[in-house]
Design a protein around this ligand. Structure first.
Ligand SMILES: [Zn+2]
Length: 226
């Protein structure tokens, strides 16, 4: 059983970065919940959260949750700010395991693949508390810039947040060799009763797939490329 701890950055009295009518703490929670739900379609994985609602947690508490659970992996999700655009990921800039580096390589690439036309700011290292204090391999993702108008427009779309989550999940699945559950008809949303997933098209050319996704989104349908 692979045990993953998902950490939605900020929360409660700490909104994180705020701009363009968006709060980092809301976006991170939304992405993390999508990640958890998508991961539930896989076998052999146990998902834990540092928070599932709008509450404040110290950075050390977040790391402590993962350490206490003896988790296999810790992922902290953030939104960037301060002028710039695009996606970047971080691991600790001190001593880290080979697994930490390998997981970042794989997951970073899968997220870039999933979010389409977004600037790749690179795989970075920093002395962030949650990365330093967690005892297992850990990754922190900075998913676009809340104070950049173009990035913010993307972050306002639930569809885009789902794509971000999908990238994280593709990476996690690859890293840990996770297999989809046999009855993988897990619905994207969970109302009562059964939901059926509809496939609209299959394309050899990614551009064609992207065009269809754009068209469906314009019509108000949630769509992702898998
Ligand atoms: Zn943050």
């Amino acid at each position: 059983m692979v045990r993953i701890v998902l950490d939605a950055g900020h929360g409660g009295k700490d909104p994180g970065a705020v701009a363009n009518g968006l709060k980092e703490k809301d976006l991170t929670l939304s992405i993390v919940k999508h990640i958890g739900r998508l991961l539930s379609e896989y076998e052999g994985v146990e998902v834990h959260y540092t928070r599932t609602d709008d509450r404040f947690l110290e950075l050390s508490e977040r790391a402590a949750i993962a350490n206490k659970l003896n988790a296999d992996y810790f992922i902290s999700v953030h939104i960037n700010a301060g002028g710039g655009t695009g996606f970047e990921s971080y691991i600790y800039n001190g001593n880290v395991s080979q697994a930490t580096i390998a997981y970042q390589n794989v997951i970073h690439a899968e997220i870039m693949k999933a979010i389409g036309n977004v600037k790749d700011r690179g795989k970075k290292r920093a002395n962030y508390a949650v990365l330093r204090q967690t005892k297992m391999p850990a990754l922190l993702t900075e998913n676009l810039f809340i104070d950049n108008a173009n990035d913010a427009a993307k972050l306002k779309s639930e569809q885009f947040l789902l794509q971000v989550a999908h990238g994280h999940v593709q990476g996690i699945a690859k890293v840990f060799g996770l297999k989809k559950k046999a009855s993988s008809s897990t619905p994207e949303q969970k109302p009562t009763g059964v939901l059926y997933r509809v496939q609209v098209g299959a394309f050899a050319n990614r551009e064609n797939a992207e065009r269809l996704v754009e068209e469906l989104k314009k019509k108000g349908y949630p769509a992702i490329i898998v």
